[in-house]
Design a binder for this molecule. Structure first.
Ligand code: P53
Length: 477
């Protein structure tokens, strides 16, 4: 009973939210460097407002983030002190290929990640590496229109071959695209796609064509990873969290089911190796012309992922009842409020049972091992007079989610490989660009405007998580 002996406890970050040093050692400009804070961020993230140059008067938090680029040794030492078995992080594509279409990589970028992986190895921490976490070279965005262009598949393949070859023996767990299903919505942040100048129908076609290119690129990545090192294990990564029907009105039920299917489209292809018939019907019914090249079907079929990973923050509500839909709660997408659940300061509804629901549903759907690679509470922490943060709210959030994950293992028979808590050290928020929305066990002295010493301090949850790992999830309170 309980968590498997080799359960991969850890934490997660992403290059653009952690590293900073956006123009250091030959790194090229990426889409995520150009996401400003403030009111316009959402439109830029969604690809509805083009801001391709740093604009006057805006603040771009990813440029410096928490300077992990220069401080990773100190941070990894703290992760090791908590007993991390794994550290999920991402490679910044533009450190390896600054423009994206070069044939030869940037050695300084390659060396940097080699140093990071060796630092992890020193402590017996297994890296779990995302190849593209909301990260596209700006040069490819401007010259090729990003993922709408088939050429992206070749550039990405070259990038994957380079990192699989270089890090052979240092890394064996890989995720190809972070929250791949977000690219249909947060299109510029997730895939470097802007659609501001397109008609609605054309915007849809472009997004689905880009989605196909990412799915082909994913299959190629799986193929290469397995060829280069049979030890490699590759996962897909989806933004999880299902829709509950608002009521037992069958119209609410079917509405919610169909919304879930939209999210499962990507993992259906990545796990089963073919387009689901519901998506082919959608293309047919809506006249969306998605071009497949010769060999795509076989490539997808033969190169499915080894495991399913996902982020879990919340569940959503589906309803056709306009009255019920009036009361909404915040997130990157507004959604109908669930009256049974409390909300975070940012309006994300807290639902530990929903994690168990998601685990069961994903296992029933795919019968592959699952990996919870993001989960956590974004909150504004206030240090006391000694600079200490008693984040009991975060401990409670995590304990409740881990308990439900344990039930999924013990009662429901779901195989779970590991759990990497999101933002194990405070980083820049992807949705809002704020520093104030903190997830970490480790506090970082930096504010929304970029002021602060960047000093790292352990929160109360640091010692709590250390104990959780020590007891392999047996002692949570
Ligand atoms: P933040 C919403 C909005 C943006 C990214 O989000 C998201 C989500 C949740 O589905 O996905 C992940 O920082 C993402 C991380 C991100 C984390 O959620 O807006 O993979 O990069 O930081 C949390 O609070």
């Amino acid at each position: 009973m309980g968590f498997p002996k080799k359960f991969l406890w850890g934490g997660a970050t992403a290059a653009n939210q952690y590293e900073g040093a956006y123009n250091v050692d030959g790194r090229g400009l990426a889409n995520v460097d150009l996401l400003p804070t403030g009111e316009d961020r959402r439109a830029v993230v969604f690809g509805e407002k083009k801001m391709f140059n740093f604009e006057d008067g805006y603040f771009y938090p990813a440029q410096n983030a928490i300077d992990g680029y220069h401080r990773y040794k100190e941070d990894i030492a703290l992760f090791a002190e908590m007993g991390f078995k794994t550290y999920r992080m991402s490679i910044s594509w533009t450190r390896i290929f600054p423009k994206g279409d070069e044939t030869e990589p940037n050695e300084k970028g390659l060396q940097y990640y080699e140093d990071v992986f060796k630092e992890c190895q020193k402590y017996g921490i297994e890296p779990l590496v995302t190849i593209s976490h909301f990260d596209t070279p700006m040069y490819l965005v401007e010259k090729y229109g990003s993922w709408r262009n088939r050429k992206m598949v070749d550039f990405f393949e070259n990038y994957c071959r380079t990192v699989f070859t270089r890090y052979k023996g240092l890394v064996k767990y890989w995720l190809v695209f972070n929250e791949i299903n977000m690219m249909l919505h947060a299109s510029f942040m997730a895939a470097g796609l802007y659609v501001e100048d397109l008609e609605e129908k054309e915007a849809k076609r472009v997004k689905f064509q880009a989605a196909h290119h990412e799915l082909v690129a994913n299959a190629l990545a799986v193929k290469l990873a397995h060829e280069i090192d049979p030890e490699n294990q590759v996962g897909c990564m989806l933004a999880g969290g299902k829709h509950y029907p608002y009521s037992c009105d069958p119209e609410d039920v079917i509405f919610s089911l169909l919304r879930d299917r939209e999210d499962y489209f990507f993992s259906d292809v990545q796990a089963r190796g073919e387009y689901p018939t519901y998506m082919l019907k959608k293309f047919e019914n809506e006249g969306i012309d998605v071009r497949f090249e010769e060999g795509d079907t076989e490539l997808l079929k033969e190169n499915t992922v080894d495991f399913i990973s996902f982020s879990y923050y919340l569940t959503r509500i589906g309803t056709v009842n306009p009255k019920a839909a009036e009361e909404t709660t915040g997130n990157i997408f507004n959604s109908v409020k669930n009256p049974y659940l409390p909300s975070s300061e940012w309006g994300w509804q807290i639902d530990p049972v929903g994690l168990r629901v998601t685990l069961i549903e994903l296992y029933d759907r795919y019968q592959k091992p699952l990996f919870v690679v993001e989960n956590g509470l974004g909150a504004s922490d206030t240090p006391d007079e000694n600079g200490y943060i008693e984040d009991d709210y975060r401990i409670e959030y995590m304990a409740n989610h881990i308990k439900e994950m344990k039930k999924a293992i013990d009662i429901d028979g779901v195989p779970v490989m590991g759990y990497t808590m999101w933002g194990c050290i405070d980083i820049v928020s992807a949705g809002s660009g704020e520093m104030k929305k903190r997830y970490g066990f480790i506090y970082v002295d930096r504010d929304n405007e970029g002021n602060g010493t960047l000093q790292r301090t352990k929160k109360k949850s640091f010692d709590w998580y250390k104990h959780v790992i020590e007891t392999n999830g047996e002692e949570l309170d």
